[in-house]
Design a protein around this ligand. Structure first.
Ligand code: SF4
Ligand code: SF4
Length: 173
């Protein structure tokens, strides 16, 4: 399976599977629920993700969704994600304990980030590889797939650093 878009979708499945396990394990410490959308902000994504989402929406016969300019993310409708089945990887990690390497700390090291509404009474909760999501690993995989996608599509004239606002879906559907 060499197609970067197919590999992106496999990565997304893996993220969903890990997210399901983590949500279950942390359910006592997470306030995430339908209609809670404080974490939703307008996003830009790498081209591999943008064109995968666009392709899926077209294949599923989706027309231009509504876009609320006043909302944190314009794809919010009544507090829910209007493009939920197609949402980017980052949206699938909302609320989970996410691990990143921090070069700027002294000494540099791994740090865990999560929504301030979650893990509010978890002073004694030990975070480790088994109960967190390593976002650096996921982002590295995404970056590699994005380079492969760009190289496979010179006609799109994309650069490795190109990001595409998710709202541009509206121009393409
Ligand atoms: S795409 Fe959906 S889940 Fe992602 S930020 Fe927007 S509304 Fe939230
Ligand atoms: S991450 Fe925070 S704002 Fe987003 S759904 Fe969970 S509790 Fe709500």
């Amino acid at each position: 399976m060499n197609n970067p878009i197919e590999q992106y979708r496999q990565l997304r499945i893996q993220v969903d599977q890990k997210a399901t396990v983590l949500e279950s394990g942390h359910s006592d410490h997470m306030a995430c629920q339908k209609g809670c959308c404080g974490c939703c902000l307008n996003l830009s994504v790498w081209p591999v993700e943008f064109y995968s989402i666009l392709d899926e929406m077209k294949r599923c016969g989706w027309k231009k969704p509504a876009f609320d300019e006043a909302a944190g993310c314009g794809f919010l409708k009544d507090g829910l994600c209007a493009i939920y089945p197609f949402r980017p990887v980052i949206c699938r990690t909302h609320g989970l304990p996410l691990v990143y390497w921090h070069d700027e700390t002294d000494p540099p090291g791994w740090g865990v980030m999560f929504c301030e509404k979650n893990f509010t009474e978890s002073d004694d909760l030990a975070f480790g590889p088994d109960n967190t999501l390593n976002m650096d690993e996921i982002n590295e995989k995404l970056a590699r797939l994005n380079i492969a996608f760009i190289e496979a599509h010179p006609e799109l004239n994309l650069m490795p650093e190109t990001r595409i606002e998710l709202r541009k879906l509206l121009d393409e559907l």
